[in-house]
Design a binder for this molecule. Structure first.
Ligand code: GLU
Length: 376
């Protein structure tokens, strides 16, 4: 089998998890960070740009309070306070490893979802890169409420890669890459050097995290890879505890798992609709409508809708599902022209009849084809 090689890249997001920043769950340690810093410095020396996404604020906060051990069992206010305490320590820790300025960028889910804040964050990161500064990103845990947080830095790193228009996402953890089974439990598990597409089978293969301080585990890494590759960004899962693996990556070799970028990446708008915009409801459609969406590039009309779930307004994102083979299959996600109350009144009707039922008719379709992302 030919060796897997990394395509040339110019801008990478490098994500470093708590398992590397705070091994043994005892606050920040440089044990694993020197090779990562070396990879970043060497990449910059070659004229490439790097953005770092680092976890470890909560772990650093715990250690500062003289507490070691897992960060599990903490209440949300405790996690938020510990993140506030630990974040400056985390920054100081990284700063010691680089001979260039480091800038702190704290983001929430809201910043990624709302256009104006997204553009601000994007411009700030671009300006920092222009100023030869290393942006170090973390989630703004102190203000992010449960419903409005990304929740894990793997997914955050994918959002940052999209925002910063990176062409590579490197997720460093303490495992060698994606395995056919959990290598902690199964001695026959084999590493996959290359994955062409994140499929349901890949999700089924990965299990939950084994570590207490780390939020993610393999599942969030796979989610992150899906988000990034959908937007045309190659994603690499690499063992950041092994300096030789990072050095190999620096030479364009593939010591971990390469998840290849999609050959037909989503546009920025469709990617945002699919991955950043939360769904406010669900429309069940009949099989005729499902076929028209899937195969004919059609818009969704009221006549194809058989059920409306959730309370939502015009302009919200909704899921579209169809009943198939005794279960529900997601067909698409889109932005609706009608709120749920109006939809309940026009579902199943011909478009020409909308005006007989509603006073206000913004469109003869419920979701325009340009506002739909159809499942492949
Ligand atoms: N933002 C959290 C922290 O810095 C980490 C989230 C994660 O590990 O994914 O502690």
């Amino acid at each position: 089998m030919a060796a897997v090689e990394l395509s040339d890249w110019t801008r990478a997001v490098v994500k470093v998890g708590s398992a590397l920043v705070a091994p043994d769950e005892r606050g920040c340690s440089t044990a694993h960070l020197l090779p990562i810093a070396r990879f970043i410095m060497e990449s910059r020396r070659q004229g490439k740009e790097v953005i770092l996404v680092s976890s470890g604020a909560v772990a650093a906060g715990l250690a500062e309070q003289g507490r070691s051990g897992p960060g599990t069992g903490l209440t949300i206010p405790e996690r938020q306070a510990l993140a506030a305490l630990g974040q400056p320590l985390l920054m100081a820790h990284w700063r010691r490893l680089f001979d260039m300025p480091c800038a702190q960028v704290l983001l929430t889910y809201d910043d990624l979802q709302r256009r104006s804040r997204f553009v601000n964050a994007k411009n700030t990161i671009a300006e920092l890169l222009d100023r030869d500064t290393l942006p170090i990103v973390n989630e703004n845990d102190t203000v992010a409420t449960e419903e409005l947080r990304v929740g894990d830095n793997d997914n955050l790193a994918a959002y940052v890669a999209v925002l910063a228009e990176a062409d590579l996402l490197v997720i460093c953890s303490d495992v060698d890459g994606l395995y056919t089974a959990d290598p902690h439990d199964d001695p026959d598990a084999e590493r996959l050097p290359e994955v062409d597409e994140i499929t349901d089978e890949i999700y089924d293969m990965v299990g939950p995290s084994h570590r207490a301080v780390a939020t993610g585990g393999m599942q969030t890494k796979v989610e992150a890879a899906e988000k990034a590759t959908d937007r045309g960004i190659d994603t690499v899962l690499v063992n950041g505890t092994k300096g030789s693996h990072l050095d190999a990556l620096g030479r364009g070799e593939m010591p971990g798992t390469l998840v290849r970028r999609s050959e037909q990446p989503l546009s920025a708008r469709k990617h945002w609709m699919l991955h950043a915009l939360p769904s406010a409801g669900c429309l069940t459609v009949d099989s005729g409508a499902a076929n028209a969406l899937r195969h004919d590039g059609a818009s969704l009309l009221p006549s194809g809708i058989v059920a409306v779930e959730g309370r939502f307004a015009r302009g919200d994102a909704v899921e579209i599902v169809v009943g198939e083979e005794g279960g529900w299959t997601r067909v698409a996600k889109g932005i609706t022209q009608y709120g749920s109350a109006d939809l309940e009144r026009i579902q199943g009707q011909q478009s020409s009849a909308i005006a007989e039922v509603l006073d206000n008719v913004p469109a003869d379709h419920v979701i325009h084809r340009d506002d739909l992302v159809v499942e492949p």
